[in-house]
Design a protein around this ligand. Sequence first.
Ligand code: 5RP
Length: 220
Amino acid sequence: MNTKKLVGENAVDYISDGMIVGLGTGSTAYWMVVKLGELVKKGLDIKGVATSKSTETLAHELDIPLVNLSTIEKIDVTIDGADEVNPELQLIKGGGGALLREKMVASISDRLIIVVDESKYVSNLGHFPLPVEVVPFGWELTRKQIEKLGCIANLRIVDQDSFITDNGNYILDCYFEAIHNTTDLHMQLNKIIGVVENGLFVNMANTVLIGLNDGRVKTL
Ligand code: 5RP
């Protein structure tokens, strides 16, 4: 059972004619975008806002019309994936490195719908390392400041090189033993000079759709 496909495709039911839709990033949101492309071909009239260059490319391939975030004031619904979700609908995002654009898009969305498979639903956040986007200038200093908050922060490396975000920054993957006070940690991280944004999404998600191994989709 491809639970990412199941839940991603299911989420398009929340999209209707005339909407501006935030298009998430990752292997679960991918299936939502592909399904949306099919509906657009059949005449559904929506405009998308991409949360990453990869989603932008996919939307172009599928002829989904896009608008630039700077030209709009609000988004009707955004559908995106996550790396972890807890029962309070708090999230860790950024496994794909798109957390900044994802958070900007989510921040002006009337509704944020998260699509995950059941392995992502956890009682406490923090097993998945928290991605933090930092500017390359002086990043080692920024890392030291972040580690004072009680984690080990590893520079994300892909193919033996530093991973570079769509915004030209680095990602530090931060290993906390567990994250208990998400609101505090979110604020403390973003106060550190050199941090651009972190992958904690607190009080942002309205609905979480979980693709279950038995083929059902659970709604939280
Ligand atoms: C990208 C993200 C993704 O939504 C998150 O990593 C989940 O990805 P996937 O659906 O591939 O497991 O936050 O920055």
